[in-house]
Write a protein that binds this ligand. Structure first.
Ligand SMILES: O=C(O)[C@H](CS(=O)(=O)O)OP(=O)(O)O
Length: 240
């Protein structure tokens, strides 16, 4: 008899060592803003985005062709082409380009999960239905990894995890308790994600930096069908 697939939500990268993800498709989630910007950039024709955990690794990969993007604590790191705002990942800026990217939380989560995952893909509200449609066609376990904030829990990534859980409901998955909690949170917030996420500490941080427009942008649902997938050390557009 075929084993029942699992759906698990890992609420922060700090909890990752507790899980076995060898048979799982890992969906890395960093709604504000890394995974939203990655989805947008790949959809806008970036050839690849190379996620790295540290600013030093980003500099080490510098060559004449790559763009270098680095963000820490919401700000572009001095000397880099750009940071983590989705508005830096437009067609005009990224089409045909390879970007080496490091961010406070998102690229750290990608780096940690790639070591043992069956596959790593990138999720955001921008591509939520495409991600779920893909997962429904796979016979792998689903592992939703929230990038959180500096290894701590955050609301917006958990909300997105809940959005995925609610869309996969009919798939007869075994759900862990954090998936159930995430789904309940999503049911509470889904009618007005903007109002709910206004409560988040991340919104407060981004507002202080004057970048509320980024928040609105990252909460749009299904503006793309593109799924970034990790191939080697590069995130590229998944081809079906
Ligand atoms: O740039 C962002 O929005 C955050 C920075 S922080 O968490 O507010 O310090 O980085 P990300 O890796 O996208 O969470």
């Amino acid at each position: 008899m075929q084993q029942q697939r699992k759906i698990e939500v890992c609420l922060t990268p700090a909890l990752l060592p507790l899980y076995n993800i060898e048979n799982s498709i890992v969906i890395v989630i960093d709604i504000f803003r890394a995974t939203s910007s990655i989805c947008y950039g790949i959809d806008n024709g970036a050839e690849a985005i190379i996620p790295v955990a540290t600013v030093e690794e980003c500099i080490a990969l510098k060559d004449d062709i790559c763009l270098l993007a680095a963000e820490r604590d919401g700000k572009v790191v001095e000397g880099f082409d750009f940071g983590n705002s989705p508005f830096s990942y437009t067609t005009e800026k990224v089409k045909g380009k390879t970007i080496v990217l490091t961010t406070t939380n998102g690229t750290h989560a990608i780096d940690e999960s790639k070591k043992t995952a069956y596959q790593v893909i990138i999720g955001s509200f921008l591509n939520v239905d495409a991600v779920c449609d893909y997962l429904k066609t796979q016979d792998k376990d689903v592992f939703l990894l929230c990038a959180g904030w500096k290894n701590k829990f955050n609301l917006e990534d958990t909300l997105f995890a809940g959005a995925v859980v609610s869309r996969l409901k009919d798939g007869n998955y075994f759900q862990d308790d954090s998936s159930t909690a995430a789904e309940d949170l999503y049911q509470l917030a889904k009618h007005d994600l903007g109002a709910y996420t206004a409560k988040t500490s991340h919104s407060e941080r981004l507002k202080l930096l004057g970048i509320e427009e980024d928040i609105k942008f990252c909460l749009q649902e299904n503006i793309t069908q593109t799924i970034p997938v990790l191939k080697g050390n590069k995130l590229v557009k998944m081809v079906f």
